[in-house]
Ligand binder design. Structure first.
Ligand code: GTP
Length: 255
């Protein structure tokens, strides 16, 4: 039995920084951890990478050969059939390097298409499961983007879309909490009361959206997806708390 986290979230939400902190924290604890890079465009890492998708596909080559820009190139890299076909072989070979109890963390690119409709991520999860890995999804959202009710609902919907796509135990993280100057701005949305969110949403929008707002909040509430864990990397206890939550998620996947 192996254990893995898939680190996903919008571009710049702090995925690589989170991986780096998690790596350092686990090293301090003496816990074995390996970070895999799944971003064909990534360049700089401040932690050792033990698996690297750039061995399989290069964003520069795709951009040059197809005349695509960075975003189109990345989506092409992730969606192309070539990758789907080779991913299985590559992953099988890579996973053979790890022991049963090893803990793998995969850092994905931030293209939102990856966790909405491109099947690559889902196939990746299926592969890990076939290899007997318990997997947990970790979704990062930059706290700067949920300082009001519409952004907060938007963040919840994006995270919910990832959960549905992956069908995994799922931990939501509100990243970069050290940048929050007015704590109340984000605290209101860390574990909000659905009725309050609905009433605030209704106040912000014209009455014709009332029915839609009600359905949206009901949906988010029913999936229990409105909870985000705040992550302040200046506090060691914060990453420790996130690790405990992801361990729970992974454990939950075992049942
Ligand atoms: N203050 C602060 N800055 C952060 C934190 N996490 C990340 N950053 C900064 O946010 C920027 C983006 O962070 P990354 O870790 O590269 O984000 P990412 O999600 O991996 O980015 P992509 O892979 O491009 O999608 C960098 O400049 C980081 O230094 C945090 O907790 N606090």
């Amino acid at each position: 039995m192996g254990f893995a986290q898939l680190v996903i979230g919008p571009a710049g939400s702090g995925k690589s920084t989170y991986c780096s902190s998690l790596y350092r924290h686990c090293k301090t604890l003496g816990r074995s951890i390996h970070i895999g890079n799944l971003d064909p465009a990534a360049e700089n890492f401040d932690y050792p990478i033990t698996m690297d998708i750039r061995e399989l596909i290069s964003l520069d080559d795709v951009m040059e050969e197809l005349g695509l820009g960075p975003n189109g190139g990345l989506i092409y890299c992730m969606a192309m059939e070539h990758l789907e076909e080779n991913l299985d072989d590559w992953l099988t070979e890579e996973l053979d390097n790890y022991l049963d109890d090893d803990y793998l963390v995969f850092d994905f690119p931030g293209q939102i298409e990856l966790f909405s409709h491109v099947p690559m991520l889902r196939n990746f999860v299926e592969h890990l499961k076939r290899k007997n890995y318990n997997v947990c999804g970790v979704y990062l959202l930059d706290c700067q983007f949920i300082t009001d009710v519409t952004k907060s609902v938007n963040g919840c919907m994006a995270s919910l879309s990832a959960t549905i796509q992956l069908e995994l135990p799922h931990v939501n993280i509100l990243s970069k909490m050290d940048l929050v100057t007015n704590k109340r701005d984000s605290e209101n949305y860390l574990d909000p009361e659905p009725q309050l969110v609905l009433s605030e949403l209704n106040q912000r929008m014209t009455p014709r959206f009332k029915k839609l707002n009600k359905s949206l909040i009901k949906l988010v509430d029913e999936y229990s997806m409105v909870s985000f864990i705040p992550l302040n990397l200046r506090k060691e206890s914060s990453i420790q708390h996130v690790l405990a939550q992801t361990d729970n998620g992974i454990q939950y996947g075992e049942d």
